[in-house]
Design a binder for this molecule. Structure first.
Ligand code: DGJ
Length: 724
């Protein structure tokens, strides 16, 4: 029953039985926050929208769980040290040493940022201490995505110490919860594991500092009631936008709720907050799909392209990289030849990798030179500028590799500025790939790192691409700059963001690849400054089918930098087809290619150019799954549903496996007819498909098509085009 109207921040809100309902809506879902009579703020519901919004007030009444005892299990941001019995979102030691915190609703406002985006802000306050937490819910309506974060401030007499500081605290209700999480290591990133959550807390986290996602990315999904499939089931996709230590607690409590508490990790990071200072957390982003994983991923792709990635709606440069072609062994004349090869191959850009710098300790392997960003005079007597001009003369663009956050102990930088390095005084150094991490909490180091990029770009305005690598984790975490050592992990990432913001303020559109040794950094906190990421150094195409499949749940194809290399046993066509499911690049020795392979690659670049917009900007449908089927099939369909590309691969070689049954398409326009044609054929081979047949979408979605995948035809790319 509507009792009265309540005025908050100039807006009028309905009040039901004294409870203020704060709804956060997106296209399909409602996240309902409810202010209880006690002024506690609870999360009453997160799920499909109801047709009558007046019924949200009834939701909490129809749940009759076991006794809560604390009356806090549904808290929208669980404070600790007072009544709570479950995992908190925040813990604090007040200025007077007291550990108790309770947070009550103070006010809220809801504003429309634009036609598609709304921001809900809720202020909570401790009734005893001048201590506030503000919760932010930013809803991207059409994409069904919410970004949630919090900010913490106080007016106590002295600093307080934050022991935990989550971005978000969600309450999900289901009869069971299935977590899909990822683990990995170098060259074996994104290994999925799916399991039912049992009572207690499952923690996903990283303590690596930099390269934080080497063993675990902050990406996960939770199915409610039963494991979601591609097209069925309720499933939450989530990630923390933070390029450092993170922590996600997934707690199935004694009432069988799933409480998800996500934020920056508090590992070795007790944070001392001064009176009046604000501690803002990064965003926890999530999307809830009521129709399976496919929809959740398409929503995230749209969101990433529309709002996060640099130039997400734009274009990308195809390239030839020299890392695996030369490693550190190159000079000006070798590179001049590679520039010609770049043109010959037909890609847009040549990317010069590691090994071009340092003189006192030349960068001839990975033991020396990192940090000394002057061109190596022996290898490049005429410098980068000469190569940039050479590239231009050959009609291609030029890009360059850097790893600006790191230093080899064998370098002039280390000799000059040992205080810029993260290391423990008096202890032996411990290296990851023979290097150490620079202390980005120090503004002088930030200037230095910014200066590397700024120097390269101001000297060479035509430089068209940067690959930003980050190969080491943080050992011996200690800063000779910071007063408070437990701030280091957090201030490092803030320092990194300051540098990236400066770069983007001056060079808004230069394409940059987030590399991190492959897969070591895959978070939207960093990706908002980059155009693409490097999924893994493992470019064996068979492995990549699996890895790209998993990454593709969270990132759109336009962001996935995929290179054709010599990894794996598959022929060049298979390798190229797999790399085309993203942003295509090559890292092979063009001059040593068999002439037929070269012709294929040249033709493939042209074919890719003709379909890349569909792959980059279209909707992705996963048709058959490499983990469960003999054939993996991935479909990209343009938004107009008039053209698409289907990639099909044999992923099992036992018992004459192949595409025994047709593969059903998804997402087609029910009123349209289509023609299928095999593309990207290897020279001299003929398609097994009949391009003359015209199919209704009804047929293709109910019966399907058969790419005729089998041994000897283990990679088949099919273009589908509307017939008018
Ligand atoms: C790791 C990257 O993942 C590789 O692609 C390459 O750039 C090397 N670093 C260079 O050291």
């Amino acid at each position: 029953m509507l009792l009265t109207l309540f005025l908050v921040g100039g807006a009028v809100f309905p009040v039901y039985s004294q409870k203020i309902i704060i709804p956060v809506y997106s296209k399909s879902n409602a996240l309902i926050l409810q202010v209880e009579d006690s002024k506690d703020l609870n999360m009453a519901y997160f799920g499909e929208k109801l047709s009558d919004e007046n019924e949200y007030k009834n939701i909490s009444r129809v749940y009759r769980p076991a006794e809560d005892y604390s009356s806090m299990l549904a808290s929208a941001y669980t404070a600790s040290g007072t009544r709570n019995l479950a995992e908190p979102a925040i813990s604090v030691t007040h200025a007077d040493g007291n550990n108790g915190l309770h947070l009550l609703y103070e006010s809220h406002k809801q504003e429309k940022i634009d036609e598609n985006v709304s921001l809900t802000t809720i202020v909570l306050k401790d009734p005893v201490y001048p201590f506030w937490v503000t919760l932010y819910y930013k809803a991207y309506v059409n994409e069904d995505v919410i970004e949630q974060w919090s900010s913490i401030r106080h007016k106590e007499k002295k600093s307080v110490t934050l022991g935990k500081f989550a971005s978000a605290n969600l309450l999900m209700r289901g009869s069971a919860y299935w977590l899909r999480q990822y683990h990995g290591d170098w060259a074996r990133e994104m290994q999925p594991e799916e399991s039912r959550l049992t009572h207690g807390i499952k923690v996903l986290d990283s303590k690596l500092g930099t390269r934080a996602n080497l063993f675990q990315p902050p990406l996960f999904m939770v199915s409610l009631d039963k494991p979601a499939t591609e097209d069925e089931g309720k499933v939450l996709f989530a990630s923390l936008s933070w390029t450092g230590n993170f922590r996600v607690d997934l707690e199935v409590d004694h009432q069988d709720n799933l409480r998800i508490i996500a934020g920056v990790s508090n590992f070795a990071s007790a944070y001392s907050l001064k009176p009046g200072e604000e501690f803002s957390t990064p965003a926890f982003l999530y999307t809830l799909s009521n129709s399976g994983k496919g929809l959740a991923s398409r929503n995230l792709h749209d969101w990433a392209r529309n709002y996060k990635l640099v130039d997400g709606k734009g274009t990308r440069l195809t390239l030839l990289n020299n890392w695996e072609a030369t490693y550190f062994d190159f000079n000006e004349s070798k590179l001049s030849a590679l520039l010609k090869d770049t043109k010959k191959l037909g890609v847009d850009l040549f990317l010069l990798d590691d090994g071009w710098f340092a003189n006192k300790y030349p960068r001839n392997d990975d033991h020396a030179g990192l940090g000394d960003w002057q061109e190596n005079k022996q290898k490049l007597p005429n410098g980068i500028s000469y190569l940039v001009k050479e590239a231009d003369a050959n009609g291609v663009k030029f890009g360059i590799w850097i790893e600006p956050e790191m230093v080899n102990p064998k370098s002039e930088l280390y000799e000059k500025h040992p205080d810029w390095v993260i290391r423990q005084p008096g202890r032996d150094e411990h290296y990851f790939r023979n290097q150490l991490v620079l202390d980005l909490s120090n503004p002088k180091v930030q200037d230095f790192v910014f200066g590397i990029v700024d120097g390269l770009l101001s000297k060479n305005p035509e430089l068209a691409y940067i690959k930003w690598d980050c190969n080491a984790v943080i050992y011996n975490a200690h800063s000779s700059y910071l007063q408070n050592q437990s701030h280091l992990y957090i201030e490092y990432v803030r320092g990194l963001y300051k540098v990236l913001q400066r770069i983007r303020a001056k060079y808004a559109s230069i394409p940059m690849m987030l590399c991190s040794g492959g897969g070591g950094r895959v978070d939207y906190g960093a990706l908002q400054y980059f155009t693409e990421y490097w999924p893994s150094d493992n470019t064996d195409p068979l492995e990549r089918i699996f890895m790209q499949w998993e990454y593709s749940y969270f990132f759109p194809a336009i962001a996935s930098a995929n290179h054709v290399t010599d990894w794996g046993k598959q022929p060049v066509k298979f390798r190229t087809d797999v790399a085309m499911m993203g942003k295509l690049g090559f890292d092979i020795v063009i001059s040593k290619l068999d002439p037929k392979d070269l012709t294929f690659c040249q033709q493939a670049v042209k074919t890719y150019d003709s379909v890349k917009d569909i792959i980059w900007q279209g909707d992705q449908y996963r048709l058959t799954n490499p983990l469960t089927d003999d054939v993996a099939s991935v479909f990209y369909l343009d938004k107009a549903k008039s053209a698409g590309v289907i990639f099909n691969y044999l992923v099992n070689n036992r018992y004459g496996a192949g595409s025994a049954v047709p593969i059903r398409l998804k997402g087609l326009d029910p009123s349209k007819k289509y023609r299928l044609e095999e593309i990207n054929l290897y020279p001299g081979t003929r398609s097994a498909l009949n391009p003359g047949t015209i199919y209704t979408s009804d047929f293709l979605m109910k019966i399907g098509f058969n790419p005729a995948v089998k041994s000897g035809r283990n990679s088949v790319v099919v273009k589908i085009t509307e017939v008018r």
